[in-house]
Design a protein around this ligand. Sequence first.
Ligand code: G4P
Length: 534
Amino acid sequence: MGKERIVSQNVLASPAGVAGQASRRRTFAVISHPDAGKSTITEALALHARVIGQAGAVHGKGDRRGVVSDWMAMEQQRGISITSAALQFAYRDTVINLLDTPGHADFSEDTYRVLTAVDCAVMLLDAAKGLEPQTMKLFEVCRQRSIPVLTFINKWDRPGQDALALMDEIEQRIGLRPTPLTWPVGIAGNFHGVIDRRTGVFTRMQRSPGGAGLAIEEEMGTAEAAERFGAEWDTAAEELELLAMTEADHDQAAFLAATSTPVLFGAAVANLGVRQLLNILVELAPPPSARPTAAGPDQPIDAPFSGFVFKIQANMNKAHRDQVAFMRICSGRFDRGMVVTHAGTGRPFTTKYAQQIFGQGRDTIDQAYPGDVVGLVNATALGIGDTLYTGTPVEYPPLPSFPPEHFAVVRTSDTGAFKRFRRGIDQLDAEGVVQVLRSEQRGDQSPVLAAVGPMQFEVATYRLEAEFGVIVQLDHLPYEIAARTDAAGQEILRTESNVEVMTRVRDDALLALFPHRWRMRSVAGRHPDLRLDV
Ligand code: G4P
């Protein structure tokens, strides 16, 4: 290997090498509602592409790989996953990074934060169910961040909605213009294959015997397809004509501007349409690009190394308390062992333990490029949103806080443990496990925890006990919505019942908590000057 390897590394070390590597990266997450088929499509992608690395614990149902941590014992009992992780695939000449967005009850701020680290999202819809609540929430984050979204309509192998009705639903409910790239022949439940709308080529798709292998695909001429599929072919042809009369053609600029969404049809369980999805990711999804910084110009991808932490996970190693920070690389080349600077403190941070995160493949750990995710072990000095860099100082904007929907007062009756209790709460806040709110009314001894998903409370309680030796009680508060307000708003809201204003410790933001949206609307209606931003 010696010489060749050195030569290629030298090439990669040049700025052109970094830009070239970055242009080969596609970093995305799947946004979906539980049961739409996220785990299934992840496995299907792995079948089509070569898995070259994984960061953190990856959990497919019934397929538990990766590192088992102390507090993951809890998730094992429940058969769900709490942690986000990244999978890396090689497909054609592209490196694809798929970042996991945990769902179900483990839906949490982490799920949203993953979307700060991707360049694109695949919105996975169940053909029968269309847009579901969790998909809508995740889509909202994509919209706020202008993340381009590809849509994959899954489960076309079983009865579902009409394809045109699904297009309407996307357009009406989320305002993205659907631009189907493929169109199914055969209704949901009777899937024969797809027509590529750009080339007109029909690919017949059949599941492999047993369904576990790659789909059997065959290009078929229009005349033959028309004869074989009769009325179903005619229906698809009519639908295509209808689409041609609307503005449904792919528009790369609109896709990148996140105003249109290319749509593909398939059935992940039978690996149908998955190859097309990978091809579209390679051809159309954006590679990493210059990233906005907190102050100053965007950081070009071929600048010296920089990245930011989007997820922290503690206790991945049972033997000693440790903390792993997952970092998305934004510019330059990451070499394992390099000493980088922590932008927050200006202190050096050594990255020699990066390798422990990756199960196999030294190549993937020795170096990483913009778009890749690196797990840093023993990263107790790092917090969510922190920037690491070499060369000219750079700092990425802090990660946004996401609107919590679950609130609980936390206290301990063990007065001797109060110091540890405080330390634990501070630690969980710094890691972003939960948001911590201070309530005038309840006092310092009873902070309020705010979470996007209820599982965050369980993780917090478990960790306070396991790591800080504090047994806590949680009392759930009857609020479901938090809106930013200001000091004037706080005064106004003192006159209202069933509303509380609290201070978020992380950023001193004032949050008004309401039991439900209509209560918030009625209060807002009575006080036109009241500031309430959700
Ligand atoms: P999730 O990660 O989004 O929660 O969904 P997951 O992949 O676990 O899929 C949920 C269920 O939907 C699974 O069935 C899975 O087999 C099924 N599924 C996924 N993609 C397709 C598809 O393209 N067509 C059909 N017909 N089904 C699909 P399950 O019965 O819950 O579990 P299993 O026992 O089949 O694994």
